[in-house]
Ligand binder design. Structure first.
Ligand SMILES: C[S@@+](CC[C@H](N)C(=O)[O-])C[C@H]1O[C@@H](n2cnc3c(N)ncnc32)[C@H](O)[C@@H]1O
Length: 292
């Protein structure tokens, strides 16, 4: 597959699933569908499928206002965002100035463009792209890796400009994934729709996302996918007995399917991720399916 085009380096991004989900769409006559990613994060899967013209439209939803604002400005306020990236020094002083934005979890009068920049800034200057983490190199910048080592302005601006060309095919929404999906039933009826649910990790979620899920939320997702009509879907999860339990007792249809991105084995070992779908899942790694 050609080089990935994504301005974020996001924890839990699922690039390794792009070819797999493309094959799933192809096997089920869903190429050209409206593709939902209701836990957007860096929206790696949807954005790559869009750039390869495998899907017609991409609908994103994200609860974190910093990420929502970022994606909104990538597509609808591109020039202002690129100018801000160009003009802002990538230093510890800027990091400290951005901190008040990190305290915010609800939209207020703060301009979206400021939140958008803060989202990108923390993503690219913090350890592992974690918005709530400390800066690369530490507050005192004593490491040989400085705060700007993952912030290649020219490259980020080029990617944002390239992505912005898709603005007419992308719809960005702020809010809770399940509440949002419940507003989409008419569209599910009218169009070929597919949803990729990548909820916050069960185990590590609280450490890496500003919004994470409780057991009740994970249960609510499992109930939602069982009840939704006119929508095909796949969920990816970290391997946790609680999550397996939520889907194991629903018959062969939604049987958890374990994949190992690293050794590509189908035998269950520790640290694997699991996939659950209402569609029959192809073998992993893909057999007889050309990699994108
Ligand atoms: C596992 S990450 C998704 C990663 C994404 N697939 C990617 O490629 O980057 C889960 C995302 O869900 C978001 N999130 C948490 N609670 C949410 C909620 N109730 N509704 C929508 N998004 C939520 C988190 O902020 C995080 O960005």
């Amino acid at each position: 597959m050609p080089e990935t085009i994504n301005p974020l380096r996001y924890p839990g991004a699922k690039r390794s699933l792009v070819s797999y989900i493309n094959a799933l769409l192809e096997a089920n006559n869903l190429l050209g569908c409206t593709f939902y990613e209701p836990y957007a994060g860096s929206a790696t899967v949807g954005l790559e499928l869009l750039q390869h013209d495998c899907i017609r439209n991409l609908v994103l939803c994200e609860k974190d206002i910093l990420l929502y604002a970022f994606w909104h400005c990538v597509f609808y306020d591109t020039e202002a965002l690129c100018n801000l990236i160009e003009d802002t020094p990538i230093t510890i002083d800027t990091w400290l100035q951005q901190l008040p934005y990190r305290e915010m979890t609800e939209l207020d009068q703060t301009p979206l463009i400021e939140l958008a920049f803060a989202g990108l800034f923390f993503n690219r200057t913090n350890f592992s792209g974690i918005l709530n983490a400390n800066p690369i190199g530490g507050i005192n910048q004593t490491s040989r890796y400085g705060i700007d080592c993952r912030f290649n302005k020219a490259k980020i601006i080029a990617i944002i400009n390239q992505l912005s060309a898709y603005r007419n095919r992308v719809d960005i929404n702020l809010g809770d994934a399940l509440q949002f999906m419940r507003t989409q039933n008419t569209r599910f009826l009218r169009e070929n729709c597919f949803a990729y649910f990548d909820p916050p990790y069960y185990v590590k979620g609280p450490k890496i996302y500003r919004h994470f899920y409780t057991n009740r939320d994970h249960i609510a997702l499992s109930q939602y996918v069982r009840s939704v009509r006119y929508l095909d879907w796949i969920i990816s999860y970290d391997d946790a007995p609680f999550i397996c339990g939520l889907y194991s007792n629903s018959g062969a249809r939604y049987r958890p399917f374990f994949v190992d991105y690293t050794c590509a084995s189908r035998v269950r070992t520790q640290g694997q991720e699991l996939l659950i779908s209402n569609l029959p899942l192809p073998p992993f790694p893909l057999e007889n399916v050309a990699q994108m």
